[in-house]
Write a protein that binds this ligand. Structure first.
Ligand SMILES: [Zn+2]
Length: 366
């Protein structure tokens, strides 16, 4: 057996593999996690603390900022910021630039891309989306399904300035056809939805997930639970709703009132979904309005909807990894782990201060 290129890492303290499974120690050998003690002759570096699988930001945008797509250098900064925050698996919920090169960078987080947002003309933030008409939707969904990493992102509703309120973008018939096309291509579909009606439409059309989902009602919560439609609420970004309302107040008072109402009941709404058993994952929406690296804050916000600390941690680790088809802390898995000095299960705010970040077996920072 040849000596590994990297020293063996000995993880001690509590290796938290899941809500019910904690090990006193584990090792990182050649980039992989093992629970079997390696030969004593190998050089060992010890990392002590509370060990979690690399966190998941299930909704962020790499290579996207408020004005639209940015340079690869900026996209790299986004990814590095997430890594430093312990977010080692990112689900990119739409980016106008091709960031597939990140897959080849061992030092950057793992990335699951949804391709570019798909919206209608003037019905989303400028420069973000493919802006198309409904008769082009199926074709665009197919193309993004092929370009991405197993997800397609639609804009489900947005302000319609002629109506002065949030309105769905797509007729249900074409949506149904488009989602079926994505599924044929092996991709799952998610959509940006703030208001009530788009949730009914997307559920009827067979969506897999909804982002934000602030318009959930008792009826749609029941449907989402029945159909196993996941949600990624992005609570830290919903904090911007009062500012959106304020900006629209003069010209679009109905829209402003609607946004304030969705905002006022945000915790109650997501709490209803939780009680009904809807899957909920942690995402920050970094990249549009917010900076990267806020996953700890999103987990903390999830307590406001009634989640226990262990549930909220699961929404950003075990559960989210499984949902995205990535390993957690299992024998032979890639060593993508974060070590904390304090126990995040006692106080999730500990997640904001990783002591050590290990990605593909390599220590970064700490
Ligand atoms: Zn987003």
């Amino acid at each position: 057996m040849s000596a590994p290129a990297q020293p063996v890492l000995h993880l001690t303290g509590q290796v938290i593999c899941g809500p019910e499974e904690v090990h006193p120690e584990a090792w990182v050998v050649d980039g992989h996690l093992t629970f079997e003690r390696p030969p004593a002759s190998l050089e060992v570096e010890r990392l002590e603390g509370y060990v979690l699988p690399g966190l998941v930001d299930a909704h962020c945008h790499v290579g996207l900022e408020a004005e639209g797509g940015v340079t690869p250098e900026r996209a790299e900064e986004h990814a590095v910021t997430d890594r430093e925050a312990g977010a080692l698996l990112l689900r990119d919920a739409g980016s106008p630039v091709d960031t597939s090169w990140i897959h080849d960078r061992e030092d950057l987080p793992r990335l699951v891309r949804a391709g570019r947002h798909i919206a209608r003309p003037k019905r989303y933030i400028r420069n973000f989306a493919h802006e198309i008409e409904p008769d082009q939707l199926v074709e665009y969904v197919r193309a993004e399904a092929r370009a991405g990493d197993g997800w397609v992102k639609l804009v489900g509703d947005w302000i319609d300035r002629e109506v002065g309120d949030l309105r769905p973008l797509w007729p249900v018939e074409v949506l149904t056809e488009a989602i079926a096309a994505a599924h044929e291509e092996g991709a799952r579909v998610t959509a940006h939805c703030f208001a009530e009606q788009s949730l009914l439409d997307f559920a009827a059309a067979g969506t897999d997930c909804i982002e934000h989902a602030t318009g959930l009602t008792e009826e749609t919560v029941r449907i989402f639970a029945e159909q196993d439609i996941a949600i990624v609420p992005t609570l830290v970004n919903i904090e911007n709703f009062p500012a959106f309302a304020e900006a629209g107040q003069a010209k679009f008072p109905a829209y402003a009132a609607h946004m304030r109402d969705l905002y006022a009941r945000r915790f109650e709404t997501v709490g209803l979904a939780r009680e009904a058993g809807v899957r909920i994952y942690a995402g920050t929406d970094a990249g549009g309005q917010l900076p990267h690296g806020l996953i700890a804050r999103e987990v903390e916000a999830m307590l406001q909807v009634g989640m226990t600390p262990t549930e909220a941690i699961g929404a950003a680790t075990w559960e989210a990894r499984e949902w995205l088809g990535h390993e957690g802390l299992t024998e032979g898995a890639s060593a993508d782990v974060v070590v904390y000095t304090d126990d995040p299960r006692r106080d999730v705010r500990a997640l904001a201060a990783p002591a050590h970040v290990v990605l593909r077996g390599v220590r970064h920072g700490g």
